[in-house]
Design a protein around this ligand. Sequence first.
Ligand code: F3S
Length: 64
Amino acid sequence: MKVRVDRERCQGHNRCYDIASDLFVIDDFGYAAAARDDAIPSEREADARRAALSCPEQAIVMED
Ligand code: F3S
């Protein structure tokens, strides 16, 4: 599973980073991006889902 941030939707709430700082990076303007392009480790998928559910903008996309 891969995780991606829709930059059009992200408003910089940073809840994703608070939940999974290894899966997301925050740029100088406070917006998030995925920390990695490849598949995330299976043991991190639960937190990736939590982060996606926590985003008020629904900006986090989970992809197989
Ligand atoms: Fe952006 Fe949502 Fe994270 S708005 S900074 S992807 S919690």
